[in-house]
Design a protein around this ligand. Structure first.
Ligand code: ZN
Length: 252
């Protein structure tokens, strides 16, 4: 099933499910008890919001060998984690805003895991049960500030630097999915998720040994090689084969 959050005429976003190009309201909690209304609202009549409301955005750095290399880094021995603030979230179609503090803002195409159940100290074997579904993400990064700051909060945390969506697919098989990034139609990144250093279940188990993960929390699983600059007027598309496409214009 494809889960969306959508707005009609600027109303508060509601959860819904999508069938072909139509949306039906979901009443109740998508992570618990809910009822699906008939899918009859055309997707063209709504604005899609980011498809869930995470309390935490947990990200993994250097999780593809070729990407670690391209920035002159070693592959970490255990997953390298950082957080992005929920205030940085935008949905597909919204503008990525280039902040005046940075001269080098870059795209990072990523598979994103959505957590469905509270998780603490779970094993790799059990981790699958905690996955609600998958979506597509762009972990926008001010590369110059990432290098100068050491800590990544500023470089990764600007408003509009966390694009994800357009929906969550609860049935997607993410074990060998092709992730691509195009800027103005030109290919920049392409790799399969099977090339991840630490796979999804390993990541969930590891993160849950540190912090309680809540339903709706999302995990950005790292970006393949080919990261590059975004300029005013660009359009950046992150696509995962079989899952969908996330598209954002870039503006100053
Ligand atoms: Zn990233």
């Amino acid at each position: 099933m494809k889960i969306v959050r959508y707005q009609i005429n600027g109303d508060t976003p509601k959860y819904g499910w999508m069938l072909d190009d139509k949306i039906g309201e979901i009443q109740g909690s998508i992570f618990g008890e809910y009822r699906r209304r008939e899918a009859k609202t055309p997707i063209a009549d709504v604005k899609l919001a980011a498809p869930c409301e995470p309390s935490k955005i947990i990200c993994v750095g250097r999780n593809y060998v070729e990407h670690a290399k391209e920035l002159g880094n070693e592959v970490p021995k255990v997953p390298l984690l950082f957080l992005k603030p929920p205030s940085s979230i935008i949905s597909s179609g919204e503008n990525i805003l280039l902040p005046p503090q940075s001269k080098q803002v870059e795209h990072e195409a990523e598979l994103v895991v959505v957590i469905g159940k509270r998780a603490r100290n779970i094993t790799i074997e059990n981790a699958k049960e905690y996955i609600f579904g998958y979506t597509i993400g762009n972990d926008v990064t001010a590369r110059d500030l990432q290098k100068t700051d050491g800590q990544w909060t500023r470089a990764k945390g600007f408003d509009t630097f966390c694009s994800f969506g357009p929906w969550i697919d609860t049935d997607f098989d993410a074990s060998d999915a092709v992730v691509t990034c195009r800027v103005n139609g030109q290919m920049r990144q392409m790799a399969s998720t099977r090339d991840m250093v630490f796979n999804v279940t390993t990541l969930i188990a590891y993160i849950s040994s540190i912090m309680t993960i809540e339903p709706g929390d999302i995990i950005f699983t790292g970006t393949p090689a080919g990261v590059g600059e975004l300029k005013n007027g660009d359009v950046v598309d992150v696509e995962i084969e079989g899952l969908g496409k996330l598209s954002n214009p870039v503006k100053v």
